[in-house]
Design a protein around this ligand. Structure first.
Ligand SMILES: NC(=O)c1ccc[n+]([C@@H]2O[C@H](COP(=O)([O-])OP(=O)(O)OC[C@H]3O[C@@H](n4cnc5c(N)ncnc54)[C@H](OP(=O)(O)O)[C@@H]3O)[C@@H](O)[C@H]2O)c1
Length: 277
């Protein structure tokens, strides 16, 4: 019987997940379809009931529902509990299981560039939903995590959560500082750059051994990555994180190993198509 999966969010037109998952199903001859549904916040409960009634096997969850979906679910995996957010739901015998693959997807996406995590220093720019999943995953790998955010109260709250889970967190102002000198990993998780806007401060003085990652998924390199590259850092954009969180969701739903290279190609094809529009 054909299986159905989806991503729900608001807005959702920008999502590359259908191209990535459907390419994977096709390559392995899996009888499944991945859809994309726009769900406004006040219709979330109806959407969850509707997806269950229609026999969906699972779905991904994106902004703004990653936290608000939790009361509509039956159980959470340890990864979802750790993040306090859900990006993947699986239906098993009518039970709605919430999971989170964002943090581990991020880790998988940088492992080829950063082999040692323990005791190294990560600076995370931003303290929104994506930052939280990433910061908690980095702390779980033993990294010291320094958070910089425009709204300091959100950075301090994230550090409180990190520390309550055994991490070693600190926070500071969203501006250049001494932290640039000894950073091993710099992760840009704010939405700055999503629409091509320039990154607001210089990275002059950054340790050139640092790995700089901007989790924005865009065919054009962000100004943050352009600057980090100019200063000698290794750089990665957000497509790796998107790919790996998708592959981990696939494996949670279907078992076995996701066809990662086919999914990467599906994702790239969809990005190129969007570029041409
Ligand atoms: N690659 C992937 O798989 C992946 C996955 C998830 C998200 N993302 C991307 O990550 C970005 C953030 O997503 P999110 O879910 O974390 O969003 P979010 O929860 O809305 O958080 C947005 C963050 O950006 C900061 N910010 C927004 N405008 C700013 C400005 N003008 N100056 C300084 N800081 C600003 C916010 O700071 P305040 O707290 O001060 O408002 C907050 O820290 C988006 O671009 C999204 O597309 C990528």
């Amino acid at each position: 019987m054909e299986k159905h999966f989806a991503v729900i969010g608001n807005p959702i037109g920008h999502s590359y997940s259908p191209g990535m998952h459907n390419a994977g199903y096709k390559s392995l001859g899996i009888d499944a379809q991945y859809h994309r549904f726009q769900v406004p916040p006040d219709r979330l409960a109806e959407a969850v009931n509707g997806l269950c009634a229609l026999g969906f096997s699972g779905w991904n969850v994106t902004l703004p529902h990653k936290e608000t979906i939790i009361p509509h679910l039956d159980t959470l995996t340890p990864q979802a509990k750790r993040a306090g957010a859900v990006n993947t739901v699986k239906i098993v015998d009518g039970e709605k299981i919430g999971h989170n693959t964002d943090g581990d997807g991020f880790i998988c996406s940088i492992e080829s560039e950063l082999q040692e995590f323990a005791d190294k220093k990560a600076v995370v720019l931003g303290a929104g939903g994506a930052s939280k999943g990433i910061a908690l995953a980095l702390a779980a790998k033993g990294m010291r995590v320094h958070i910089l955010n425009r709204t300091p109260e959100k950075a301090s709250e994230l550090v409180r959560i990190l520390d309550s889970k055994g991490g070693r967190g600190s926070f500071g102002e969203f501006k250049p500082g001494d932290w640039l000198k000894d950073v091993d990993l710099l992760v840009q998780t704010t939405s700055l750059g999503l629409r091509g806007e320039p990154f607001p401060f210089a990275l002059e003085g950054i340790c050139p051994k640092a790995l700089a990652v901007d989790i924005i998924v865009n065919a054009q390199e962000t100004s943050f990555l352009q600057e980090a590259k100019k200063l000698g850092c290794r750089v990665l954009d957000g497509t790796g994180m998107l790919l790996h969180q998708g592959a981990l969701a696939w494996e949670f739903w279907l078992g076995g190993q996701a066809p990662i290279e086919v999914m990467r190609k599906g994702l790239q094809d969809q990005m190129q198509q969007r570029e041409r529009l």
